[in-house]
Write a protein that binds this ligand. Sequence first.
Ligand SMILES: Cc1cc2nc3c(=O)[nH]c(=O)nc-3n(C[C@H](O)[C@H](O)[C@H](O)COP(=O)(O)OP(=O)(O)OC[C@H]3O[C@@H](n4cnc5c(N)ncnc54)[C@H](O)[C@@H]3O)c2cc1C
Length: 452
Amino acid sequence: MERRHFLNVTGAGLAASLLAACGGGGSDPSAESAAPQPAMDRSTRPAVNTGAKSRVIVIGGGMGGATVAKYLRLWGDAIDVTLVERMTTYTSSIMSSMVLTGQRTMSSLSFNYDTLRSKYGVKTVFGEVVAIDPVGVKVTLADGTILTADRIVMAPGISFDAVPGLGTSDKMPHAWQAGPQTALLARQLNAMASGLNHNVVLTIPKTPYRCPPGPYERACLIADWLKVKKPGSRLIVLDANPGIVTEVDNFTSAFMGVHGNVIDYHPNAEVTQVDPATMSLITTAGTFRGDVINMIPRQRAGALVTTAGLNNATEGRFAGVNVLSYASTVSGADKVHIIGDASATTQPKAGHIANQEAKVCADAVSRILSGGSPDPAPVTNSACFSTITMSQASWLTAVFQYNPAWTNPATSITGPAMVPVAASSAASTGWNSDSFEDMGKWFNALMSDSFA
Ligand SMILES: Cc1cc2nc3c(=O)[nH]c(=O)nc-3n(C[C@H](O)[C@H](O)[C@H](O)COP(=O)(O)OP(=O)(O)OC[C@H]3O[C@@H](n4cnc5c(N)ncnc54)[C@H](O)[C@@H]3O)c2cc1C
């Protein structure tokens, strides 16, 4: 298929299906009509091909890494792409809270790299990256292998702060990186006795953390599940933030309304110490005990970002990037690009955004490697569904546009940023079963775009 045609059709089709999924079930039609086609129409790309085969190493094969590897192969003229990932199978964190309520299996969240290899020619190396040389553009694996390239794209996701007192105990799983901890937390919930004296505790870390609505939607799901499976038991939500951080109307209404007799919400409750032996948490709002504790710690970029010295933003927690190309803003490290949750941008840490950042990055890197410059006006979008009950969901959509001189109202600092476009962003008022169904379609479209 002719390349430009293929890109336009594929890109438009995905954006339309994502936005249609988001917008279905009584959404704001203006959000759909304003939908951009971010980094997808590449008709303006300079047609320069030096003939040399460029090499890119992608570190991390999650939402950001899988997408950037695929689109580098699609959009880069003969770019040789090697994806390095520690696991042979990726487990999606998106939808993983539904494993806790028995509505999803872990295997339904598993994705492999076969199609990236067979259909797009991505080379895969399974192993742990232990170091990178940002200047020499080299990657070192745990087995001593050294890979070299013209560019590195890092998408290592997040790592967690140590929780004081927890040590290596598995009694308070975070289940915030889907995998064994998700299955463990599901088992703990199932094994809990029911009744007034048997409660679950869920903690929410300070922002910025992975998936802003995620802990609130998990709270709603667990609360709904407790009503049926553990009648009389309550869910104590300890939020380190001063209040609900996103979709405030819907979550406030859910916490106080439909789940009012189950959820006990405490803002400004930051965990300072835990004791797995007594299953208690000391917080800035008092001490709490639970039979099951879902302890979600504070987060930072995947460890490799810090090892490489690229954690120059958000008080050293995340990687500062130029959002035209996602190149590191650390001096001398501009051949390393960082996308997804590990990067510090004004966009939420979400899988849909990681997919979008990956496309902007793939476009920029392929332009740079063929002698051009990144698109000067990228646009990204994000669709997000939140489960409010086990069968109903709310939704939120946002469009972000590049602004070279945006003044952050919180800090008064002016600089380039991806800024939400108010007129193209919308949220549902309330929740319903149609949106729950659309959530499944949105998930399938997103995962196909990243892995198939
Ligand atoms: C409960 C929950 C619900 C969520 N729901 C949604 C949702 O509804 N919508 C949404 O958009 N987002 C959602 N998210 C957020 C979404 O999962 C993340 O934003 C997304 O996965 C980030 O993509 P990433 O590529 O940055 O990181 P990841 O997807 O975590 O991928 C990182 C990859 O890097 C690999 N890796 C890391 N370090 C190394 C290394 N040194 N060597 C080799 N490999 C390495 C890891 O193994 C992993 O495969 C949810 C998250 C959670 C926890």
